[in-house]
Design a protein around this ligand. Sequence first.
Ligand SMILES: *[C@@H]1O[C@H](CO)[C@@H](O)[C@H](O)[C@H]1NC(C)=O
Ligand SMILES: *[C@@H]1O[C@H](CO)[C@@H](O)[C@H](O)[C@H]1NC(C)=O
Ligand SMILES: *[C@@H]1O[C@H](CO)[C@@H](O)[C@H](O)[C@H]1NC(C)=O
Ligand SMILES: *[C@@H]1O[C@H](CO)[C@@H](O)[C@H](O)[C@H]1NC(C)=O
Length: 315
Amino acid sequence: MELRNSASSNSLFHFLLLFLISSSLPSLTLSATVRCNPHDKYALLAFKKSLNNPSDLASWIPNTDCCNWTYIECDPNTNRVTQVSINRASISGEIPAAIGDLPYLDTLVLNNMNLTGSIPYSITKLQHLRRLTISETTLSTRIPQFLGQVKSLQYLILSVNQLYGPIPASLANLNKLVSLQLQGNKLSGKIPKSLGKLNLDSIILLNNKFVGDASMFLRADAATTWINLSRNRLDFDLSKVGFPLNLTFLDLSHNRIRGSIPKQITELDSILVMDFSNNRLCGKIPFGGKMQDQGEYPFLHNRCLCGPPLPNSCK
Ligand SMILES: *[C@@H]1O[C@H](CO)[C@@H](O)[C@H](O)[C@H]1NC(C)=O
Ligand SMILES: *[C@@H]1O[C@H](CO)[C@@H](O)[C@H](O)[C@H]1NC(C)=O
Ligand SMILES: *[C@@H]1O[C@H](CO)[C@@H](O)[C@H](O)[C@H]1NC(C)=O
Ligand SMILES: *[C@@H]1O[C@H](CO)[C@@H](O)[C@H](O)[C@H]1NC(C)=O
């Protein structure tokens, strides 16, 4: 009896000891491995809260390491949050202003979700942001003029939303910009001439309602490799433009472009695809280079283009 009692109190003691150790273990292991910066965690929790704590952000739990949360990446050396890439999430609401409180954010991707409201001004605080993607969302607003203050931007991808109004001329201040992709919105008005001074690799503006001139992008000394301006209402004289010598994809189809195709286009060695169809172009298709390898399709439905690869000869 005596022995039994002591054995059971002994095991109770062990049980209590184990309980104490194991309950303190998680916090011990956490404090040893938590990388998340507390300011970043605070901002992310505010971000989650202003979206009404959506189930897709369920892993964003206060007493866990935010570098381990879904959609989040941290810098391996500094442990600061560098990426918020949310894709196909059941999220709806306004883009939380708290996003501006992640000072080392390099990449923000909000793809395929229901967004309302506007792009928050706090985004101008992100002076390390290189890539901003808001795509396949319901966002219906203007491109804010203040985006021109995010000087670090290299990739501005605002494709397939409901954006309207003109491209703000302030985007010409983004002198590190490499790629401008605004396709599939309701954007209208003239393209700011000043955008032509940017050193862009890709310019993708198709499927909007842009009018007037786009020749600011057509210079032989530009570094651009990909231009897609298809399906707008662009109306300018093509006769005097130059084509960037490294172009691989050029699509000007479905606009109201006038004049003739300059002979300089025969100097493009890397061109793979071109499309001038459905415009108001006239005159002889320049002979040489890759021009006659294209087939007739890229030249169809113009006012009076002639010569190979079209079957009609020039009078
Ligand atoms: C991070 O998440 C993984 C998988 O979800 C888990 O195994 C690991 O323990 C977590 N690490 C921390 C520090 O929370
Ligand atoms: C967006 O909203 C629509 C209509 O309210 C809904 O059917 C759809 O599931 C929502 N999509 C997402 C990704 O939340
Ligand atoms: C075209 O590409 C070549 C090879 O990549 C490069 O050296 C050259 O600088 C480019 N030209 C322009 C105008 O960017
Ligand atoms: C331009 O974009 C349209 C739509 O995505 C695509 O079908 C077309 O191939 C693109 N043109 C070029 C030359 O990339």
